[in-house]
Design a binder for this molecule. Structure first.
Ligand SMILES: *Cc1c(COP(=O)(O)O)cnc(C)c1O
Length: 383
């Protein structure tokens, strides 16, 4: 039985460092196999690789690291997070009913409403952080798709409890774990069947590469992902796989620092009279705080806050200098996002308003800068 590493060691080496592996001349950085195809020595004999859509050594190395981090048996790397979600949505058939969280990433909502519905799926949005989903389950229900914390309202769903319900009904629990990364939360260990990541965010960590992951711990699910992915072909390129391998090496220290900065900024915002409300699960009074304490190893580095008016929100967006007004999250640079326009333009206004995504809501993805510089920037932007 191989010794299992701690999480920071796993970020660098994966599950097991290969002893005496001289295939790569001792290179500490995994080589980029920039090749589309692989020659066969003779009929019926293979190097283990045939064609890079099916598998590629650099991508495989990345997939091994991500599978180990997420405590899965198999991980699959795709060109984007949306490609990963699209692959999983190919598991269903016309007439299938899927329960989805009602505060998901806007791109997932666009996919579900405009592509999945066209394929005959019945997608029903439910606030999984508050409602008992059992009453929504019908014979046609095949899956529950959630994010926790949600985007951007930071609502928390109890993954363990949810998995008890989905297991009882024999349906899949799919968790988009992008907001916390495997460093802070492992949904497969809490009973989820499929974990999804936008690797563009914390895993890559430098706002420079797009990627997505599907991670499973069940061989038959792994075979389904492999079949759909090799057939549809959104697999991650060798160079991008290498960038991800490189980014993941520092996942732990980045997340630690980002979380510390986020906790400080959450306090600063809470104390600011121009801020009406701060949504941050690290606050004891946050309704999901206790659940998150049980199921995650931290509160992450994302937070949202409500300004007193649309005008003051726009003023902050226009005035930040160090912090960038940009979409995306999870990287070393602190980003300020305007969810109603940037991440959630395709979510119907009634749903946005009901969920609290108003025109005065801003979202922060906190980076690794010096906290004094971040606070100074916000101070001048708020003035
Ligand atoms: C960004 C994001 C996605 C989509 O990922 P891309 O890499 O941009 O395609 C999916 N889910 C969540 C929670 C995200 O933040």
């Amino acid at each position: 039985m191989a010794m299992s590493y701690g999480i920071n060691t796993t970020c660098i080496y994966g599950e097991a460092k290969e002893q005496g592996d001289d295939k790569h001349y001792g290179a500490l950085s995994y080589p980029i196999y920039q090749t589309a195809t692989f020659a066969h020595p003779q009929v019926g004999v293979s190097s283990g690789y045939d064609y890079s859509r099916l598998s590629n050594p650099t991508r495989n190395q990345l997939e091994k690291v991500v599978a180990a981090l997420e405590k899965g048996t198999d991980a699959f790397a795709f060109s984007t997070g949306m490609a990963a979600i699209t692959i999983v949505m190919e598991f269903f058939s016309p007439g299938d009913h899927i329960i989805a969280g009602d505060d998901l990433y806007g791109g997932s909502v666009r996919l579900f409403d405009n592509i999945s519905r066209k394929n005959g799926y019945d997608i029903e949005y439910v606030d999984t952080s508050r409602e008992d989903i059992e009453k929504y389950i019908r014979p046609e229900t095949k899956a529950v798709f959630i994010e926790t914390p949600t985007n951007p309202m930071m609502n928390i769903t109890d993954i363990r409890k949810m998995s008890e319900i989905t297991k009882r009904h024999g349906i899949l629990l799919i968790v988009d774990n992008t907001f916390l990364s495997p460093y802070l939360q492992n949904p497969l260990e809490l009973g989820a069947d499929i974990v999804i990541h936008s690797g563009t965010k914390y895993l890559s960590g430098h706002n420079d590469t797009l990627s997505g992951f599907v991670v499973v711990k069940d061989k038959s699910l792994a075979e389904r992902v492999l079949y759909v992915s090799k057939t549809t072909g959104a697999n991650l390129a060798p160079f991008d796989s290498w960038l991800l391998l490189r980014g993941i090496k520092t996942l732990g220290i980045r997340m630690d620092r980002q979380q510390t900065n986020a906790a400080r900024l959450a306090q600063w915002l809470k104390a600011n009279p121009k801020v009406k409300k701060v949504y941050y699960p690290g606050f004891e009074e946050h309704p999901g705080h206790d659940i998150m304490k049980r199921q995650a190893r931290g509160y992450g580095a994302m937070l949202s806050f409500e300004m007193e008016s649309k005008e003051s929100a726009l003023r902050v967006l226009n005035n930040v200098k160090l912090i960038s007004f940009a979409e995306s999250l999870g990287g070393v640079e602190t980003l300020l996002t305007y969810p109603t326009l940037q991440t959630h333009p395709d979510v119907p206004v009634e749903i946005k308003e009901r969920n609290g995504i108003t025109e005065s809501l801003l979202r922060l993805s906190v980076g690794i800068e010096d906290i004094e510089d971040l606070i100074a920037d916000l101070e001048q932007a708020f003035a």
